[in-house]
Design a protein around this ligand. Structure first.
Ligand code: BJW
Length: 246
């Protein structure tokens, strides 16, 4: 791991932080990533069969059940040391925006306060037709029916080809453009528009730090690469920042 002291010094004096997280930060909590060749969700399922509106319309029961299975599993998992380290940094710096592509709610469970969920939240359900969040339903159909309009219910996540929530995306872009330091953690950097945020930050002069055990398309542009698991690297980074040494 390269702990470049001059970059660490810039992190210590940074006032405005923006952080982008992906599936990797939850891997150590037991949530599978998408693109890992062995354990990733897309190793066993094709994204086009499950994570698009077209797939849902083709086979709504199967898609609903797949998300219900993942939701039940996610409801049982706990944040790990990486999630807690980010909540810790947030409590110590002037401005901190946590932008996540994850739908598992683990950042909030770890105590992070300002969290922008770009790809929704699997614990919420919405109406396929009206796009409104639905908390309760009596329907025993699979998928269940919206109690207001009778359309199918679906998980409140962002599928391929769908727009990201506009307010969250706007705030994420603002945070990326105005930060002193941008951390990209546990994301393959393949899915846009989220993958464009670190580039935006770098272009505006931010220090770019990547935390990932693997190389990604972002790696050549990072000022500091912390090559390892976020549950191990982030607590060490917090220690470094607090102690003023390595
Ligand atoms: C560890 C670790 C440890 C392991 N510690 N790290 C520009 C160019 C090309 C295409 C497009 C473009 N703009 C838009 C597109 C189309 C598309 C897209 O990006 N396609 C690309 C794949 C080519 N984007 C969209 O469709 C988006 N919508 C959109 O752009 O709307 C406007 C529009 C509409 C119509 C037409 C055109 C434009 C929507 C994207 C929605 C993504 N949804 C998903 C599913 C969410 C629901 C669900 O969970 O099922 O979001 S896909 C999936 O990928 C999920 C993730 O959030 C997302 C990113 O994955 P992530 O988090 O990076 O995970 P992995 O598995 O890829 O990587 C894990 C990483 O962790 C790895 O690097 C590991 O090494 C690392 N790791 N263990 C730290 N312990």
């Amino acid at each position: 791991m390269t702990w470049d002291e001059s970059v660490l010094a810039r992190l210590r004096s940074a006032k405005r932080w923006a952080v982008l997280t992906g599936a990797g930060i939850s891997a150590e909590s037991g949530v599978p990533t998408f693109r890992d060749a062995q354990t990733g969700l897309w190793a066993n399922f094709r994204a086009e069969d499950l994570a698009t509106p077209e797939a849902f319309l083709r086979n709504p029961g199967m898609v609903w059940e797949w998300y219900a299975m993942r939701r039940d599993r996610i409801a049982l998992v706990r944040p790990n040391a990486g999630h807690y380290a980010l909540a810790d940094i947030e409590s110590r710096v002037e401005a901190f925006t946590l932008i996540t592509q994850n739908i598992d709610d683990l950042h909030r469970k770890a105590g992070s306060r300002r969290v922008l969920e770009l790809h929704g939240n699997i614990l919420r359900t919405k109406c396929f037709a009206e796009n409104t969040v639905v908390d309760r339903w009596d329907s025993v159909d699979v998928p269940p029916k919206c109690p207001r309009c009778g359309a199918m219910l679906r998980p409140d996540v962002v599928w391929f080809g769908e727009m990201l929530p506009a307010d969250e995306m706007r705030e994420a872009m603002e945070a990326a453009r105005n930060c002193d330091v941008f951390l990209s953690i546990g994301t393959s950097g393949l899915v846009y528009p989220a993958a464009g945020l670190p580039f935006e930050a770098r272009q505006r002069g931010a220090v770019l730090v990547e935390i990932n055990p693997e190389e990604t398309p972002l790696s050549p542009y990072a000022h500091l690469i912390l090559n390892g698991k976020s549950g191990e690297v982030l607590p060490t980074l917090v220690e470094c920042l607090n102690s003023g040494g390595k």
